[in-house]
Ligand binder design. Structure first.
Ligand code: MN
Ligand code: MN
Length: 365
């Protein structure tokens, strides 16, 4: 969990990366990052581009990587030392393998609308299944995470003396001589065979908690102005440190003013346009226009809201760096306070407040 990036001097970033500069004026950091315009890391088998605190300074608590894999393209076996990995499949199909601390390996296929969560340090791989490219958003619970500095199988072997590799993996000298000399990152190879419907017993030691959750298959919470699907540790127990949501806003709708007491919010626009406003206290607020491919960020505790100012539906992926989803909505808070107090607070008469909502609205048309 990060501290707020502007004005909270009580917490240092969790890694050795430089701290974001403390503001000396009322200036706010940028809350929008054009991820879709970032340079691609390109391999034969796929692509990656990333948003992290290194290129998007406000995002100290969460980083993201948009990745594609061609059929057979394999994001090699690797792990992350300093972040859990949450992902949402946008298009296409892929297979993951993930190995846990109990010696259990889950091998499962993912399609559009599916989510995975890999706890920090669990070894995993991802392979495109086709037909067509698989596209997914990876989100990490550490803003200083870099996808380009992960702990990769091939890299480690390349750094290990041949006799140690020979003893460990029982490879011949000739085979060891042909091992990659540096990190492979994304390999290419054949599309794997379909998984058996019922894995023969003993072929796969299934983990206690699945790493897969079918978010798009969840019945949404519906509102006149849109809908919400949410997956926290309550729905997806392994996802102990992250929560994700799919939010659809119809044209003109507003996801109301609110904040999250326990988490930063990382937003990715899947379709349409969203206008996000962040309130940062001390007379400071900023509005950013987010288009498809853009990332927005609302630091923990900062007030914010989203509007669909376009003429088509806006679909957003929202990710929080806590497995427990918490929010406080302005309308519910205000509805719970005495009218007389509100009138005094706003220097109005009570009758001016007759139309206040009686309960939380969440999304308003
Ligand atoms: Mn990974
Ligand atoms: Mn929010």
């Amino acid at each position: 969990m990060s501290s707020g990036p502007t004005g909270a001097a009580d917490a240092a970033p969790s890694s050795g990366a430089p701290a974001a500069a403390e503001p000396t004026t009322n200036a706010l950091p940028a809350f929008r990052f054009p991820l879709g315009e970032q340079p691609l890391r390109l391999a034969e088998g796929g692509t990656a581009r990333e948003a992290s605190a290194a290129n998007f300074p406000v995002s100290q608590g969460i980083a993201g990587v948009l990745m594609t894999l061609v059929p057979g393209g394999l994001r090699e076996l690797h792990w992350h030392a300093n972040a859990a990995e949450w992902a949402y499949v946008i298009a296409g199909r892929c297979r993951v393998t993930v190995y846990d601390t109990q010696g259990a390996c889950e091998i499962a296929d993912f399609g559009p609308g599916d989510v995975w969560y890999f706890p920090r340090g669990h070894g995993h791989s991802i392979q495109g299944l086709g037909p067509g490219e698989c596209k997914f958003m990876l989100v990490f619970d550490n803003g200083y995470f870099s996808e380009f500095a992960t702990f990769s199988f091939s890299d480690w072997l390349a750094q290990t003396p041949a006799e140690v590799v020979a003893k460990t993996l029982r490879l011949s000298e000739a085979t060891i001589a042909r091992l990659p000399k540096q990190e492979v990152y994304i390999a290419t190879g054949p599309v794997p065979e379909p998984l058996p419907d019922d894995p023969p017993s003993g072929s796969q030691h299934a983990p206690a908690l699945t790493h897969r959750y079918r978010l798009l298959a969840q019945a949404p919470r519906s509102f006149a102005g849109g809908e919400l699907r949410i997956v926290s540790a309550k729905e997806f127990p392994i996802s102990a440190t992250m929560t994700g949501a799919l939010l659809t806003l119809k044209p003109g709708a507003i996801r109301e003013l609110h904040w999250h007491p326990n988490a930063d919010e990382w937003q990715y626009v899947l379709e349409g346009n969203a206008r996000m406003t962040v309130f940062a206290s001390s007379g400071r607020a900023e509005t950013v226009e987010l288009g498809a491919g853009d990332v927005g960020y609302a630091p923990q505790g900062y007030g914010h809201y989203l509007e669909n100012a376009g003429d088509s539906d806006c679909r957003l992926l929202l990710v929080f760096n806590s497995g427990e989803y918490q929010e406080i909505g302005l309308s519910g808070w205000i509805a719970s306070n005495p009218r007389r107090l509100l009138a005094t607070n706003l220097e109005l008469a009570e009758q001016d407040l007759a139309e206040l909502p009686a309960s939380e609205t969440f999304i308003v048309e």
